[in-house]
Design a protein around this ligand. Structure first.
Ligand SMILES: *Cc1c(COP(=O)(O)O)cnc(C)c1O
Length: 397
């Protein structure tokens, strides 16, 4: 590893990330290479971002083509790619309108602001509380962090934003009891990502939808991690056959270019009129032309379906490993968002994988998260399973 660059990074970049000792220099498909030209099969995909793998040819072509035309002009003007991307997204889900942002946190900021403003506009200013979930993750900006149900993320930053309540994920009764006349919205990830890849019981999301309807509050799905085909349908909530009023996207939407989006029904989106919310970089032609190509490829190559099939293949392989190794206590997930809960610390497994040429990461200390590009193949999955088998054998579990 280039020592001088690592020293620069460690000495000059805010120390907010504990990095793995690896300097990556290039990627192609599901493989990335370090500065010693050593290849790694990538089961991190930039944290569920590079769903089409690295340097996809069509994306490179879309980027290069737009790069010589127009990068940015601000939202004071119309640009084609932004309009076409919004149209594609609206065509493929419940929503009628899209607000473009630059990250997941920003998309969630927009969702929280919209939910509040919606009720202000309707003459119900007392309705500003949002109920969200324990172990949820919605981002690091002030409102998104305030909505996040993990103390370790909020520690040291109070006073937080007022008006958030938390209930255990997948506990419907707790949610019923948390709704009050002040509730404007329930906000949740259809499958919790950072919280440890936690799936709700069948029927839970439907009950949450009905509860919101019965109480006149909005339902916000944070699909920043679960969206764009990863969980086996374009958006994870589509498999549960429940539609939210607001949905947020980011991670895989640009396959690595920074973009976030907040989508809403016409009725709700009306609360965002001219001047109510904005961001300079939101939906630049450069980024949206690539994101539009991402969307088309996911659809044309049926990558949601592929994620479903390969995810089932990966999970069944992991279940076989679970029978052989007591260190694996649970295998869960949907599509190619898969969690492997361990009885031991995950760091040792992550490091051993890296030494054997596989990138994975660990969340909540004990859950290995496997989120490869959706274009992964069975051979790569088999190779990872074999590698995990050997590592758990060596760790003597
Ligand atoms: C990653 C993530 C976010 C935050 O996205 P950023 O782009 O890092 O701000 C929000 N919600 C969920 C569910 C995420 O996984």
């Amino acid at each position: 590893m280039s020592k001088s660059l690592v020293e620069l990074a460690d000495g000059r970049i805010a120390a907010t990330y504990a990095r793995y000792p690896l300097m990556l220099v290039k990627g192609q498909g599901c493989t990335v290479w370090d500065d010693q030209d050593r290849p790694y099969t990538d089961f991190v995909a930039g944290i569920a971002v590079c769903n089409l793998g690295h340097c996809n040819q069509r994306l490179v072509a879309a980027l290069e083509s737009q790069a010589t035309k127009l990068w940015h002009v601000s939202n004071l003007f119309y640009t084609g790619p932004q309009a076409e991307l919004a149209d594609w997204l609206v065509d493929h889900c419940f929503a009628d309108r899209v607000f473009f942002a630059n990250s997941g946190a920003e998309a969630n900021e927009a969702a929280i602001k919209l939910a509040r403003k919606y009720f202000k506009d309707r003459g119900q200013p007392e309705r500003y509380e949002i109920v969200s979930m324990e172990l949820s993750f919605h981002g690091r900006t002030m409102a998104a962090m305030s909505a996040t149900g993990q103390d370790k993320i909020k520690k040291g930053f109070d006073p937080l934003l007022e008006g958030f309540r938390f209930v255990p994920f997948n506990d419907f009764e707790a949610l019923v009891n948390a709704i009050t006349p002040s509730t404007c919205a329930v906000m949740l990830e259809p499958i919790q990502g950072e919280g440890g890849v936690r799936c709700p019981d069948p029927g839970y999301l439907q009950k949450v939808r009905k509860l919101c309807d019965d109480n006149g509050c909005l339902l916000i799905f944070d699909e920043v991690q679960t969206g764009m085909g990863r969980c086996g349908s374009l958006f994870a909530h589509q498999q549960a056959q429940v539609e939210p009023d607001i949905m947020t996207l980011a991670k895989a939407l640009g396959n690595g270019l920074p973009i976030g989006a907040m989508l809403a029904t016409e009725q709700v989106a009306e609360a965002f009129g001219a001047g109510s919310h904005a961001t300079t970089f939101g939906g630049t032609p450069l980024v949206t032309s690539v994101a539009l190509e991402v969307c088309k490829i996911i659809e044309e190559e049926k990558l949601s379906q592929k994620a479903n099939e390969l995810g089932a293949y990966l999970q069944s392989g992991l279940r076989r490993l679970q029978k052989r190794h007591s260190a694996i206590t649970d295998v869960r997930g949907q599509g190619l968002l898969v969690g492997v809960e361990l009885a031991i610390d995950g760091a040792a497994v992550v490091n051993a994988c890296r030494e054997k040429g596989f990138l994975i990461n660990c969340i909540q200390d004990k859950v290995l998260r496997l989120a490869p590009p959706l274009v992964i193949n069975k051979e790569d999955i088999d190779a990872l399973l074999q590698c995990l088998d050997r590592i758990l054998e060596e760790l003597n579990t």
